[in-house]
Design a protein around this ligand. Structure first.
Ligand SMILES: [Zn+2]
Length: 261
């Protein structure tokens, strides 16, 4: 066989295979999804094979919080420092990328805090009731890649929440790149003082809906002013996935919550 004759054909095939792989990769990264219409949550699973868990998963998030089993659970150990307010609009929410160093320890595992972002209204509901907003602090175990997300309901209070002022004073209305804006943030001051929680095993609430999340939902809210909530909702109003079936999963409530003031 004259291999020289076949080399150009082989090279062409190889090129086609690589080109197709690159094209598919680009398409997958560009799959548009949103919160309404054809690109809305009911259709996420059909938008891409990579989003199949959004339709077919068995441990999806968010959920309605009800009938939790009370147990004496371990505390979430927060080791939160300061971060520049690296804020941006990613097209689905407003997010702050957190400077390295802040983390939680949960059940002996250290999860690094990567970022926090917002949903309006809340994604989780409590007894069927949504809060005006919900904040998600996304942490990752660098060894396994699994996530621990601390969720907090944001309710409406009488005055501006000063701890959140740098964030809500610099909400980017248009899609943008991370940029340090305003004063640095003291991350612990973004949390409520009582940190008892609900917990269950679930998923990302956005495509690809990966089932890799230990959810830790604090049962005490944080209050923002009506103006702060309105400022966010002027940009994103309705970026919340509907609740998903709990199914056979355990939903636990830290029994310390029952005795809180
Ligand atoms: Zn979220």
């Amino acid at each position: 066989m004259n291999t020289a004759k076949y080399t150009p054909l082989f090279a062409m095939l190889l090129f086609l295979v690589i080109f197709t792989a690159l094209l598919l990769n680009t398409l997958a990264a560009d799959i548009h999804w949103g919160y309404s219409g054809d690109e809305g949550p009911a259709n996420w699973g059909e938008l891409s094979p990579e989003y199949i868990l959004c339709a077919d998963g068995s441990a999806q998030s968010p959920i309605d919080i009800r009938n939790a089993s009370e147990l004496d659970l371990v505390d979430i150990e927060f080791h939160y420092g300061e971060t520049a307010n690296n804020i941006f609009n990613n097209g689905h929410t407003i997010q702050v990328d957190v400077d390295p160093g802040s983390h939680i320890v949960y059940n002996g595992i250290t999860y690094d805090l990567l970022q926090f972002h917002f949903h309006a209204p809340s994604e989780h509901t409590i007894g069927g009731e949504a809060a005006p907003m919900e904040i998600h602090f996304v942490h990752q175990d660098p060894n396994s890649g699994t996530l621990a997300v601390v969720g907090i309901m944001l309710t409406e209070g009488d005055s501006d929440n000063k701890a959140y002022a740098a964030v809500f004073d610099h909400l980017p209305a248009e899609v943008s790149a991370p940029e340090a804006m305003g004063d640095p943030l003291s991350l612990a001051s973004l949390l409520p003082e009582a940190r008892t929680y609900f917990t269950y095993q679930g998923s990302l609430t956005t495509p690809p809906c990966s089932e890799i999340v230990r959810w830790l939902l604090l049962d005490n809210p944080v209050a923002l002013s009506a103006g702060q909530i309105a400022a966010y909702r002027a940009i994103y109003d309705g970026n919340a996935r509907p609740v998903q079936p709990l199914g056979k999963r355990d939903l636990l409530l830290d029994s310390g919550a029952a005795t809180r003031a």
